[in-house]
Design a protein around this ligand. Structure first.
Ligand code: NAD
Length: 277
């Protein structure tokens, strides 16, 4: 059984990015916009900004109060769209409930949409003409590549159908020649579907949802889930100990998809920068 070591893969990707950045006179710039005081979001934003600085990017962290209006946030995005030192703009989700997150995401020009969430970038991925694609699914593909998992003709089951993970993941798999099923809260008998899958991506946000009864011998599992348990520890959507003797490869939590997501965000920022050059 192989452990798909996202931490080391991400370190290598970051090293390559750092080397590439050295050749440019102006550093790529990423602006991370945080609204409100959500603790988890603050940690994510800090980690993203730190990762930027480590590879030699310029990082701009903008923190706005939770009672910012839609118009004020839109004009902040507009200011960043027009700033020549900023190549990528990331709005940390979730946004407060009075804000229309969709409108904010669509206000970021696609050339700077390094999360790849805008309809233009999602559309390009769906047409198999990707420009900047959502970080987590793109990171998952890199993780599967790292174990030389040929996706052509494989049966893939994704648990979770969100705009940021499940849906773009389905497009990535389709583009790679796999056959895809996407399960969600309304799906009947998910176990019966995962049981015949070559590759399972678990992204429901439900601790230990997937156990050995859901998995066929030799399957590959990528665990995207991040769940905090009562004792403060972190776990994925997969019962790692229960499935480890059944699978051929699995990504751990922590140390799997999480670090890859941040490394791909840096890669997307570099792509945006290079496209502008
Ligand atoms: P979300 O809440 O937006 O979507 C969850 C999806 O899972 C929905 O489609 C829902 O229908 C489905 N779902 C929920 N419960 C289910 C169940 N019992 N059975 C089947 N489907 C179910 O969440 P999200 O933003 O897509 O994130 C999913 C998980 O992945 C979370 O734990 C999140 O923290 C994690 N995540 C990790 C990374 C990373 O970098 N590692 C990135 C993004 C999200």
């Amino acid at each position: 059984m192989k452990i798909i070591d996202g931490k080391t893969l991400a370190e290598n990707l970051r090293k390559n990015i750092a080397n590439e950045v050295k050749q440019y006179s102006r550093p790529p710039g990423l602006a991370v916009l945080l609204v409100g005081d959500d603790q988890a979001s603050q940690v994510y934003v800090r980690n993203k900004s730190r990762a930027c600085v480590e590879v030699g990017f310029y990082s701009d962290q903008i923190h706005k109060s939770a009672n910012i209006t839609q118009e004020e946030l839109l004009s902040e995005v507009q200011r960043l769209n027009e700033n020549n030192n900023i190549d990528g703009i990331l709005v940390q989700l979730p946004l407060p409930s009075h804000i229309d997150a969709n409108e904010i995401i669509e206000a970021i020009i696609p050339e700077k949409d390094v999360d790849g969430f805008s309809s233009e970038n999602v559309g390009k991925l769906s047409l198999n003409k990707p420009f900047i694609s959502p970080c987590t699914p793109k990171g998952v593909i890199k993780m599967l590549d790292s174990i030389k998992c040929d996706l052509r003709g494989k049966d893939c089951v994704i648990i979770g159908a969100s705009n940021i993970v499940g849906r773009p993941m389905a497009m990535e798999f389709l583009n790679a020649g796999a056959t895809v099923q996407v399960c969600h809260k309304e799906t009947k008998d998910i176990k019966q579907k995962t049981k015949s899958a070559d590759i399972i991506v678990a992204a429901a946000g439900v601790a230990n949802l997937v156990n050995s009864e859901w998995v066929k011998e030799g399957a590959v599992i990528i665990d995207v889930g991040i769940n905090r348990l009562e004792d403060g520890s972190m776990t994925g959507d997969v019962d790692f100990d229960d499935v480890k003797d059944t699978v051929s490869a699995i990504s751990p939590v922590p140390g799997g998809v999480g670090p890859m997501t941040i490394a791909v965000l840096l890669e997307n920022t570099l792509t945006a920068y290079q496209a502008k050059l």
